[in-house]
Design a binder for this molecule. Structure first.
Ligand code: ATP
Ligand code: TYR
Length: 542
């Protein structure tokens, strides 16, 4: 070991600026060395541990996924010490002898930007019921000391993400709110293989066109919600096809497969379940965990991403990744975190492959319908949903909960707040306004002043038909209600008017003999007929 030890001298204080610099130090104090040495340090630390000795203390340093080396107890060293490194691993020593002599250059110190890491994200997620498991409790302290990059993967198995996936986006967003960098990974490659997790049957193979269309749709949803910018710490969206397309089978078997134990792979829940089924499992799907596992290795090494999150069904794939980082890169510092699955009241998972998904993309589900879905959350779920699907303070949620039991509580007030918060997060101001306008316009007997834009927007959610304007003017309203299919017969229309249930543009119709005039056509474009609470039709003019 002695032969591998050389002295390095520190000179001056400065800020870290260049990404290729190596940073050494504790959470608060970092040392940087110029990039040519950084390269060697990174290499040594990936094959063996490095020990740092100074006048006041010593500590085994660790290479972090960002490629930086940190000396845990550096703070106990006097300022600007001379200190030396000794490389403890035999394989590293040769390299070290070669290059350490050149490392007699300045080492620069800087204060790490700790202010960006505002709150402990792991504690927050736990308080809100958003943690199912963590691979290592150490993440709780690591996340307060450095800006982390955190990723979650989404396979493009549909054109949009759904309410269940929103939980993943919310967890990413919590990381972002606490100063970290969220990364959404599109599974352009993994979608070609198919994740068996939670699936009782083999997934159908998707053709390239469908995958491309789905990637585009999901990219749109993610970029709108995560709000990508050109700034340094902006969220990122990557696609794993970018590194898998070049990976040959032989290289995969040699570089990844060698580190994977078949016994461990078979023990994963996703595999065990399927092996016991009649259909069994294809070799392709069996390999899925290694693809996701290697993604983590790649992202750890190339992008400095050290945390992977996912729903609890992803635990096996996520731990495949942390294991591979340890074995393949011989590095610690890769963490996994899972959150509980969002379940419907019947206990089934909100998903996309199963019908009836609550889509996040407005082209598949209008902001109005999305809002309405949340508005209809049962009282028994609403507080839990507030905690997991919104960013409201827990105290505020508690006080809302307290109002629910009190006299004078207006039913569904908490649901309204939930629907507003989540619609705002997913569809932005514009989407929320559209949802609120449509809600008002479509409210049973709602007496809202209608404009053509609102009516146009609700045509996504209520039936509509065309009528020639010229033939409409002067005709009877009763006839119109029958010809548009609102009600079956003139008798039914007249009965509805008598009962006070027929509305034209949200205004009650009282005159059975009413004829249509130009003023009845909203902004000269369309009108709304309603019979009772739910039966509505938008009539467009041609
Ligand atoms: N209901 C849910 N609750 C919480 N997280 C979910 C839910 N559904 C999916 N996720 C998470 O979203 C991420 C992306 O999942 P994925 O793209 O496979 O969606 P999916 O709905 O499970 O798709 P599929 O139905 O095709 O399996 C994963 O981390 C997954 O665990
Ligand atoms: N397996 C994940 C998607 C995913 C893909 C690649 C990853 O690296 C991570 C996650 C899912 O189906 O939900």
């Amino acid at each position: 070991m002695a032969g591998a030890t050389r002295a390095m001298t520190c000179h001056r204080l400065c800020l870290l600026s260049h990404p290729s610099e190596l940073v050494i130090g504790t959470a608060k104090t970092f040392f940087t060395v110029p990039s040519f040495q950084a390269k060697f340090f990174r290499k040594w630390s990936s094959i063996g541990s490095i020990r740092a000795f100074g006048c006041g203390g010593a500590g085994a340093s660790r290479a972090y996924p960002d490629g930086f080396l940190r000396i845990p107890n550096y703070d106990s060293l006097p300022q600007f010490p001379s200190f030396r490194f000794s490389v403890l691993d035999k394989r590293a020593r040769g390299l070290c002898d070669l290059h350490l002599a050149r490392a007699q250059v300045s080492v620069e110190e800087r204060e790490i930007e700790t202010e960006h890491v505002s709150r402990n994200v792991v504690d927050i997620l736990q308080e809100r019921g958003l943690i199912e498991s963590i691979t290592d409790e150490e993440l709780r302290s690591v996340c307060t000391k450095q800006r982390l990059k955190v990723y979650c993967g989404f396979d493009p198995t549909a054109e949009s993400l759904h309410l269940g996936n929103l939980l993943a986006i919310i967890v990413l967003s919590w990381f972002q709110r606490c100063g970290h960098i969220p990364v959404a990974l599109l599974g352009g490659a993994t979608a070609r293989v198919g994740d068996p997790s939670g699936k009782s049957m083999e997934r159908p193979v998707m053709d390239d066109q469908t995958i491309a269309r789905n990637l585009k749709g999901i990219h749109g949803v993610l970029s709108q919600i995560l709000k990508l910018t050109r700034e340094k710490h902006s969220p990122l969206i990557l696609n794993n096809y970018d590194w898998w397309k070049e990976f040959s089978l032989l290289n995969f078997l040699r570089d990844v497969g060698k580190y994977a134990r078949v016994g461990t792979m078979m023990a994963k829940e996703s595999v065990k379940k399927r092996l016991n089924s009649e259909e069994g499992m294809s070799y392709t799907e069996f390999t899925y965990q290694l693809l996701q596992g290697y993604d983590f290795v790649h992202l750890f090494k190339e992008e400095g991403i050290s945390v992977q999150i996912g729903g609890s069904d992803q635990w096996g794939n996520i731990t495949a990744g942390t294991d591979l980082v340890r074995k393949l890169l011989q590095q610690e510092g890769a963490y996994g975190l899972t959150f509980p699955l969002l379940l419907k009241s019947d206990g089934s998972k909100f998903g996309k492959s199963v019908g009836g998904a609550i889509w996040l993309s407005r082209s598949l589900l209008s902001p109005y319908k999305f809002y309405q879905y949340l508005f209809a959350t049962p009282d028994s779920d609403v507080i839990k949903f507030m905690k997991i699907l919104t960013f409201l303070d827990l105290e505020e949620i508690q006080s809302l909960e307290a109002t629910m039991g009190k006299e004078g509580y207006v039913p569904n007030s908490v649901q309204r707040r939930l629907a507003e918060e989540v619609t705002l997060f997913v569809h932005g101001e514009e989407g929320l306004t559209e949802a609120l306008n449509a809600t008002q316009a479509l409210a049973p007997g709602g007496a809202t002043q209608l404009d053509w834009k609102t009516l146009e927007a609700i045509t996504e959610d209520v039936p509509s038909c065309y009528v020639a304007q010229a033939s409409l003017l002067g005709s009877s309203l009763v006839d119109l209600c029958v010809s548009t299919g609102l009600l079956q017969s003139k008798t039914a229309v007249r009965r509805m008017i008598k009962q006070g249930g027929l509305y034209l543009n949200n205004e009650k119709v009282e005159d059975e003999g009413k004829t249509m005039v130009a003023h009845d056509i909203v902004d000269g474009k369309l009108l709304l007929l309603s019979a009772g609470k739910k039966n509505k039709i938008v009539v467009r003019m041609t």
